[in-house]
Design a binder for this molecule. Structure first.
Ligand code: SF4
Ligand code: SF4
Length: 191
């Protein structure tokens, strides 16, 4: 998408009306009221006439869910592999990279010698949604999901997420996985 850069000329001398201030303040109010009215009428139009194509920008949230772009950084989420196990190998890189130190991992080894997190705890009260954990992970095992709802609680204890509550099947995170693969890594690294 082409970015239209507009240069701001700071040496413009104001007209008499602009210096009067009030006419332009009223003009600003008129623009705000006009947009509010258009939005209201847009909804009425849809409700009364059953128009499928909405003219307004707002949504009937939470009945309608917004279309979240894949670059959005929501709740950090652990990837569950297709065989049901964690993609995480408990290397500890995310733990070390996390600026507010909100990740703690106890690693272990399966019978086949594969490493895995016995416990993986993420303190949601500290997370700043920076995405560093996702960026450093060599296994694409933690990603920033599109989840933005229900992240705040009255009880802080409920914001300490354990491994089971963080695990999400890989197919549900595929859009984000494709995005980070393009963003952080070259195709060569994954060949
Ligand atoms: S998003 Fe940032 S703050 Fe949150 S767990 Fe990952 S590294 Fe830590
Ligand atoms: S960086 Fe990835 S593989 Fe390593 S401990 Fe964190 S989530 Fe697991």
């Amino acid at each position: 998408m082409a970015i239209n850069i507009k240069k701001v000329d700071r040496n413009v001398s104001m007209t008499f009306l602009e210096r009067m201030y009030i006419p332009y303040m009223l003009h600003g109010m008129w623009v705000a009221i006009r947009h509010a009215a258009i939005n209201m009428l847009g909804f009425f139009e849809e409700i009364l006439a059953g128009k499928s194509k909405r003219q307004v920008m707002t949504l009937f949230y939470p009945e309608e869910y917004p279309d979240i772009p894949p670059a959005y950084r929501g709740k950090p989420t652990l990837v569950r592999r297709d065989d049901g196990l964690e993609a995480c190998v408990a290397c500890g890189l995310c733990e070390a990279a996390c600026p507010p130190l909100c990740i703690s991992i106890i690693g272990g080894e399966r019978e086949n010698g594969e490493r895995y997190p016995v416990t993986y705890t993420l303190d949601g009260t500290r997370c700043i949604y920076c995405g560093f954990c996702e960026e450093v992970c060599p296994k694409e095992a933690i990603v920033m999901s599109d989840r933005f709802q229900g992240l705040c609680e009255y009880d802080r204890e409920k914001m300490i997420y354990d491994k089971e509550s963080l695990l999400v099947p890989r197919e549900k995170l595929q859009k984000r996985l494709d995005t980070i693969r393009n963003k952080y890594f070259s195709e060569k690294r994954y060949r």
